[in-house]
Design a protein around this ligand. Structure first.
Ligand code: FAD
Ligand code: FO1
Length: 453
């Protein structure tokens, strides 16, 4: 077995069918470096069975618009082709998984179902609904994290400093190279569906008011090109420049990581083995491994991860104490969405997200914290931040986002700071604080001129 047993959860015993093994692709939408797909292939080979991949296309994924469906479906079109070339038929089932997948499993007498790990609330509901309606054995494989989320920790971690030592201890076990997906030796008469992204997008019932972006091309190959250009041209400046939105030193990998079009493990291996300075590599791997896996840990162990109730006790108390505080400004969701506040920096960050689908990481903290300051309650702030983040960010609808918002507004994974109006002891960020770190004027100009901020 190439797939470490610690990556695999045996979700439900059952009665195997006599047909192919099916990998229900969802979070990890790629053919290479995909532990769930590799495990499905190993299971199929061990039982001399064909292998198929199935993707359920829901047109109502919360917060998703034409922008994100475009990025996803154009990536899936390429995945279906690369799988077909390996005698692994790809099936795309339009509709809700509970309505389509059980019939597919029954119709093809699927022997084993392999799903990928995802702590997103909607994805857990999908999985539960499908498992209730089938009888086959079901496995879940964490193909998204380097140290599998369930192996890293069995509880909600207090912060980066607590999960970091657990991840560091386990990295030598998990951060290893990944086997290559083979041409599948056992085939059947099943041919699979060709994915025509354009036709699917033309007919998809989704919010078409948020347009696709063209500065980033979706797909596995393009993700590797972006990774290569990051390690060669930006990584050496990452430690010093990553928080300067004018220097544009981030990797731009998050949309690819969100849709699973590239393996986080592959990114970590390439960064670890490239010739950049060790300080820069460590700074990137801290975000890419520790912060990202901390977000999955938070969402896995905190079902209400996007609600006030999930905040730490100290944070809830201080925010409650300051509910009566007069807000210096109050903006509606519409005014925030249209970047119609008094703050030119915040407006530029909102505009960058709305126009390009990717706000600079440093400004996401400032952006969310100002929403706490300018709305009537923390609950309204969370709702507005999640709504806008999921609607416009290419990498939205992701544990990283819910955790980033919970950190900014609710002090999750943070500590109490000096008490002040509205925020209480939640860490505060100010315009002047930003201006002391980078040229606000140049950032605003870069966003206005449409260059990547
Ligand atoms: P890089 O700096 O190149 O980082 C590389 C990778 O490391 C990222 O792709 C991401 O996977 C991981 N990473 C970096 N910073 C963080 C972080 N703070 N938390 C978790 N993982 C991190 N990230 C999303 O993927 N989707 C979101 O919707 C999202 N919303 C956010 C909202 C707020 C309010 C905050 C404070 C942060 C949010 N983040 C989100 C985290 C972070 O800002 C983005 O992951 C990062 O800016 C993505 O750009 P990049 O890949 O170019 O970053
Ligand atoms: N996953 C699916 O299995 N089917 C979908 O139709 C689907 C749509 C979708 C749209 C936008 C988006 O950001 C994510 C979407 N996902 C879908 C889920 C995605 O694959 C990720 O698993 C989660 O968003 C991350 O936890």
């Amino acid at each position: 077995m190439n797939v470490l047993p610690q990556r695999v959860e045996y979700i439900r015993e059952g009665r195997p069918g006599r047909g192919p093994v099916a990998y229900w692709m969802s979070r990890d939408q790629r053919s290479a470096d995909n532990w769930a797909l590799l495990f499905a292939q190993e299971t199929a080979i061990a039982h001399t069975l064909p292998l198929v991949v199935v993707f359920c296309l829901s047109d109502s994924f919360p917060g998703a618009t034409l922008r994100q469906y475009g990025f996803m479906l154009r990536g899936l079109e390429k995945v279906s082709r690369s799988l077909g070339a390996l005698s692994i038929p790809f099936f795309l089932l339009p509709g809700e998984p509970a309505d389509t997948l059980p019939a597919f499993i029954k119709g093809h007498d699927i022997s084993f179902l392999v799903a990928d790990f995802d702590p997103h609330r909607v994805k857990r509901q999908w999985k539960e609904a499908v498992i209730r309606r089938t009888k086959v054995p079901v496995y879940e494989v964490d193909a998204h994290n380097i140290v599998p989320c369930r192996a890293a920790s069995d509880k909600c971690e207090y912060g980066a400093h607590t999960i970091r030592r657990k991840i560091r201890r386990l990295l030598p076990v998990f951060l290893d190279d990944m086997p290559v997906l083979q041409r599948h030796p056992w085939t059947s008469e099943l041919k699979g569906d060709g994915v025509d992204a354009k036709t699917l997008l033309d007919t998809l019932r989704t919010d078409r008011s948020v347009e696709e972006v063209d500065w980033l091309t979706p797909g596995e190959d393009e993700a590797h090109i972006v990774l290569r250009s990051f390690t060669e041209e930006k990584l050496d400046r990452y430690e010093t420049d990553r928080n300067d939105p004018v220097k544009d030193c981030q990797s731009n990998l998050s949309p690819y990581l969100h849709f699973g079009q590239i393996s986080a493990q592959r990114v970590a291996l390439e960064v670890r083995d490239c010739p950049a300075p060790i300080g820069a590599k460590d700074a990137f791997l801290e975000e890419h491994i520790v912060r990202r896996e901390l977000a999955d840990n938070y969402c896995l162990h905190t079902p209400n991860y996007d609600r006030f109730e999930a905040f730490p006790e100290w944070a809830k108390k201080t925010l409650n104490d300051h509910r009566p505080d007069r807000r210096p400004y109050l903006y509606s969701l519409r005014e925030l969405e249209n970047a119609e506040t008094h703050d030119e920096l915040w407006n530029a960050a909102q505009t960058q997200m709305a126009k390009t689908g990717k706000m600079h990481g440093y400004l996401r903290m400032y952006w969310a914290k100002k929403i706490l300051e300018w709305t009537a309650s923390p609950e309204e702030a969370i709702s507005a931040a999640v709504c806008l983040n999921d609607r416009y960010e290419l990498d939205g609808r992701d544990p990283n986002g819910y955790t980033g918002i919970a950190w900014s507004i609710g002090g999750v994974h943070d500590r109490p700071w000096g008490e002040r109006n509205v925020f209480g002891k939640i860490r505060y960020m100010s315009y002047n604080g930003c201006a002391s770190k980078f040229s606000v004027k140049r950032y605003i100009e870069a966003v206005r001129s449409g260059t990547r901020g």
